[in-house]
Ligand binder design. Structure first.
Ligand code: HAM
Length: 422
């Protein structure tokens, strides 16, 4: 009987060797600036109570209304695969009272997120983000630091062609003043029912409507930046001046609409023009009301999520990905069962001292094993047969030029460390 092959579900992105090495590199480059700034890891569940997202992310968003992977668990609870990370972080912070300690709470996270979007290049149903959240303080210097950390991550990748767009969604007072005029403006437009419903929950969403007629209709709509309260305007000016002081270039995009409803104050996006339609490589902003909406204190926070998949595509587009093939320092070819035992022991002790060691497995003839060693790009090779075990010494072969030298097995580590340092 022949079994049918199975395929990965539609729209998921997975990383296999050797590409997975590049992926790992990108993820580490993106998050290392946060670690250096004192952010600590938060490892959270990939599924949560559905209410967390409907309440936290907002029902007017596509993410909640169209793209959630929601199911009932065996206990009849409504569960959703996390479409983003901020709401879960906030839930965990509230639940474990982290916000009662030192502020701001500074955390980073990394992992899979799930949105049932139409798959295309750079847009997946399971994708990867690294992100940070700084919770509990409202300080424009913190806004600037968060943006700078994201920017440093992209610079770590060697990216040059991206741009940073920022805006301010103001405080509650600014948004209320703007909302009155925006709703007035919107009421003068001919809109379908669904759009009217969306506008009623969050009229800003209409700025993000991709349909050309809507784009045109919204071109003359009042802009929130023109309604900023004095303190919001002052905050935003400070963020800009801090960024300028740090040498971080940005443009102001007053029409930016983030895909999630919790944003207030400073909001930002990183755009990479080489990626076509899915050009957002990262984004974030401040969220004044989120913690309270989720049952916690009225504390503000700010953070970002960077798309690891898209950052990798950007790094590929700019040819900045270093060669990531794993090459071992030493390849051991054991001949016979007794030698295999020895090879395992030697390899494990060499690896503890940082020497990358591989073993030829199976019972291949010497010639085939040598070929395998060559293919892996190993820098040195030893053959471990009966006579080598008897003499306690091996021929260490340098693969670049074939030069060999006789080395005592007991000295192998020292000898290799010396040779590899050259
Ligand atoms: P977001 O803008 O929805 O923000 O997502 C952040 C990044 O994740 C995007 O810029 C993009 O690079 C990547 N991304 C989003 N959806 C997909 C997809 N379907 N396929 C591939 N990549 C994708 C957030 O998620 C917020 N939680 C960020 C944040 C943290 N704001 C404050 N704190």
């Amino acid at each position: 009987m022949k079994f049918e092959k199975l395929q990965a579900p539609k729209g998921v992105r997975e990383y296999l060797p050797p590409e997975s090495q590049s992926f790992e590199w990108v993820r580490e480059q993106l998050i290392s600036p946060a670690k250096a700034a004192g952010y600590q890891l938060m490892e959270l569940p990939v599924f949560e109570d559905t209410n967390l997202f409907t309440r936290g992310v907002g029902e007017s968003t596509d993410v909640v209304s169209k793209e959630m992977y929601t199911f009932e668990d065996r206990g009849g609870r409504s569960i959703t695969l996390r479409p983003e990370g901020t709401a879960g972080v906030m839930r965990a912070v509230i639940e474990s009272n982290l916000d009662r300690g030192q502020l701001p709470v500074k955390v980073w996270y990394s992992g899979q997120f799930f949105r049932a979007e139409r798959p295309q290049a750079g847009r997946y149903r399971q994708f990867y983000q690294v992100g940070i959240e700084a919770i509990g303080l409202d300080d424009p210097a913190l806004d600037a630091e968060v943006i700078a950390i994201a920017d440093r991550g992209f610079k770590n990748l060697g990216l040059k062609n991206y741009r940073l767009e920022i805006t301010s969604l103001g405080d509650a007072q600014s948004r209320a003043a703007h909302r009155v005029d925006l709703l007035k403006y919107i009421s003068g437009l001919q809109l379908d029912e669904a759009t009217v419903a969306r506008a009623a929950i969050n009229p800003l969403r209409l700025f993000d409507d991709k349909r050309p007629q809507m784009h045109e209709a919204m071109a003359k709509a009042p802009i929130l930046l023109d309604y900023l309260s004095a303190s919001s305007a002052q905050n935003f000016a400070k963020v800009q001046s801090y960024l300028t002081d740090m040498g971080i270039a940005f443009t102001i995009n007053p029409r930016m609409v983030r895909g999630l409803d919790y944003y207030t104050g400073t909001t930002f996006e990183f755009i990479h023009p080489d990626l076509g339609a899915q050009s957002g490589i990262g984004g974030g902003g401040r969220y004044d009301g989120l913690m309270e909406t989720l049952g916690g204190q009225a504390l503000s926070g700010i953070g970002f999520g960077l798309g690891v998949d898209r950052a990798l595509l950007a790094a590929i587009a700019e040819s900045t990905v270093p060669s990531q093939e794993f090459t071992s320092d030493l390849f051991i070819i054991p001949l016979g069962d007794e030698s295999k035992g020895q090879a395992l022991t030697i390899a494990s002790s060499l690896r503890t001292s940082g020497i990358r060691t591989e073993i030829a497995f199976g019972d291949r003839a010497l010639k085939g094993a040598m070929k395998a060693a060559d293919k892996t790009g190993a820098r040195y090779v030893i053959v471990l047969g009966e006579s080598e075990l008897r003499d306690g010494s091996v021929e260490l072969k340098r693969m670049s030029d074939g030069v060999t030298s006789s080395v005592k097995i007991a000295q192998l580590q020292d000898e290799l460390q010396r040779a590899l340092a050259l």
